[in-house]
Design a protein around this ligand. Structure first.
Ligand code: GAP
Length: 558
């Protein structure tokens, strides 16, 4: 599995889906650039999402709000105080990690603790550090890159958050090391700092004066009784802005303007697509977790007594969309969150997950946010009023949880059902889902085929003259223009390669159809159309090609 993921990453780089950002300068950790085909694939996922959630509905409108977000917005939303992960540092390896995702302590068969260093030299330095500072006198044995610590006794924490202990054998008195139920994932080291919250937002400053100059000024002139940190924070606060950690807050603060200018009342939704930023502690699995990523978010505003109905509705709708574009439907699943797992704003949440080569991972969250966000903004802004008047006829439809519905028309703050899909993760999931390595006939080496849904495929059609002879080109141009007029990315593949090789090159990047102009075409204006997954070929009049393609693209002929 891991080997095939490496082969997929290699294909992505070689064929122009994904590059390491700033590679010629050594790269930037966690930053990626999308090559010509990656940009198309990402755009096609977005287009399908937008088609389904905006254009095919009467009740959803668009919005595009600023990435730079004033601090009060994110203070009101709870992100300044609560959008944090716990963070722990390993004193030996200096690795920083999230304790909630870290493994438990592992013992050898003999009951020792084996700590893995990256090199022999590092193991030597760690041994000295343990013997002299962290557990003076402990019995530590080095075997190459590994350190073995002799254990006297061990007590796991009684419950989550409690402290257990590891008692190490020593030359003198046994030594106790506190144990919180996790170790540094790479080394199995239990020598850790205490956990502390780490806010995930990127802070920046909208200020013509360099914020570092302000800090220097404050620290120089600080004579008061309070801590310097407080004085620095106070000086920077007026210019502090954040890169948004989710696109949703831009939607909430514009709720009233959108409803008024578009004459909308709940139930209705606002869709927004764009970049969000999080200073993630652990960047992992290529584009799966990055500091900069794109979200496809839909905030759907409903009356409180209809919220349960709409949560179920959107949970199903969104899962259907994922399945329609999937090759292996069984690799997608829905998972309901437990109470302790939910974000600070949510009262219900279901994730859509994909079975990546390293295990199941979240690709979308569908959450019942209640009226938390709108209420918070009403409380923190002096002018916001997000109440709407419900004057629908009573009793209302079966969508209604009748016990919660007031008897007479009333004003209420809408509840929000949110679906939030990560565009980069969607791309990674669909690439993993589509990637196949197949062996044809006597071939020794397998070849790669991306069985992307035609709607997602970066290039829809490759049009090929059978040979390099000029006589094929007028018909090649005619077919190509007829496909391009429909807005489908179509390329002419006139390289001096055998036709079979050209087909394989397009199988590898997921092109669903190759159209070939051959000698018969010159006589009767028919062409062959070859299908990527079956390899089957049909002969059609060149004018019929666009109808054939259109029928198989989701959304184009809906
Ligand atoms: N507005 C709700 C929200 O942002 P979330 O579960 O934190 O909810 C939604 O994020 C989706 O955004 C996730 O399911 C994931 O697909 C994507 N996402 C979140 N953090 C990400 C990161 N660091 N890198 C890539 N995608 C990320």
């Amino acid at each position: 599995m891991a080997q095939s993921f490496r082969a997929l990453l290699d294909l992505c780089k070689r064929r122009g889906f994904l590059y390491q950002s700033a590679e010629i300068y050594g790269g930037l950790r966690g930053a990626y650039d999308y090559g010509p085909l990656g940009a198309e694939l990402k755009k096609n996922i977005l287009k399908s999402w937008w088609q389904r959630n905006v254009y095919l509905r009467d009740d959803v409108v668009a919005l595009d709000t600023s990435i730079l977000t004033p601090a009060p917005v994110l203070k009101a939303s709870g992100h300044v105080d609560e959008f944090s992960d716990l963070l722990v540092d390993c004193i030996l390896s200096k690795e920083r990690f999230r304790p909630d995702k870290a493994p438990q302590l592992q013992f050898t068969k003999k009951g020792d603790i084996a700590i893995e260093a990256p090199t022999k030299e590092a193991a030597m330095a760690w041994k000295t550090r343990i013997e002299e500072q962290l557990a003076p006198g402990a019995l530590v044995q080095q075997e190459g890159k590994q350190l073995l610590l002799a254990v006297d006794s061990f007590e796991a924490p009684a419950q989550e958050g409690a402290e257990g202990r590891i008692v190490l054998k020593s030359n003198a008195q046994p030594i106790t090391v506190p144990y919180h139920g996790y170790v540094e994932p790479g080394s199995n080291s239990p020598f850790l700092t205490a956990s502390r919250p780490f806010n995930l937002m990127f802070k920046t400053f909208l200020d013509p004066i360099d914020p570092i100059d302000r800090v220097i000024q404050v620290t120089k002139s600080h004579t008061g009784p309070g801590p310097v940190r407080q004085a620095v924070d106070d000086a920077l606060l007026p210019s502090t802005v954040y890169l948004r950690p989710e696109t949703a807050q831009g939607v909430f603060i514009n709720f009233e303007q959108v409803a008024r200018t578009m004459n909308k009342k709940p139930p209705f939704g606002i869709a927004q697509v764009g970049k969000s930023f999080r200073n993630e502690i652990r960047l992992e699995h290529g584009i799966f977790r990055t500091p900069e990523f794109e979200q496809l978010e839909l905030e759907y505003f409903v009356a409180p007594w209809e919220a349960h109905h709409w949560f179920t509705y959107w949970r199903n709708q969104r899962f259907q969309w994922w399945l329609e574009l999937a090759c292996h439907k069984e690799r997608f699943r829905q998972r309901d969150h437990g109470a302790g797992e939910m974000a600070h704003y949510a009262s219900g949440c279901t994730d859509v997950e994909y079975e990546f080569p390293w295990g199941w991972g979240e690709i979308e969250g569908v959450a019942h946010r209640g009226n938390y966000d709108l209420t918070q903004h009403m409380q923190h802004s002096s002018i916001a009023n997000f109440e709407v008047l419900d004057d629908s006829p009573r009793p209302s439809s079966d969508l209604v949880d009748t016990c919660d519905m007031p008897d007479t028309p009333t004003r209420y703050v809408p509840h929000v059902i949110e679906s939030s899909c990560g565009l980069n993760r969607a791309m990674l999931a669909y690439l993993c889902d589509a990637f196949h390595q197949i062996k044809d006939g006597k071939q020794q080496q397998p070849r790669s085929v991306l069985r992307l849904h035609p709607t997602l495929a970066p290039i829809k059609c490759a049009v090929m003259p059978l040979t390099g002879k000029a006589e094929f080109m007028p018909l090649v141009d005619k077919v190509t223009r007829s496909l391009r007029r429909r807005g489908w990315y179509t390329v002419v593949e006139a390289q001096k390669l055998k036709i079979g090789k050209r087909y394989y090159r397009h199988d590898e990047i997921g092109t669903p159809w190759c159209v070939t102009v051959d000698y018969q075409s010159l006589e009767d204006e028919t062409v062959t159309i070859r299908e990527r997954d079956s390899g089957e070929q049909k002969r059609l009049h060149w004018r019929e090609v666009q109808q054939f393609v259109g029928e198989q693209l989701l959304g184009d002929d809906e």
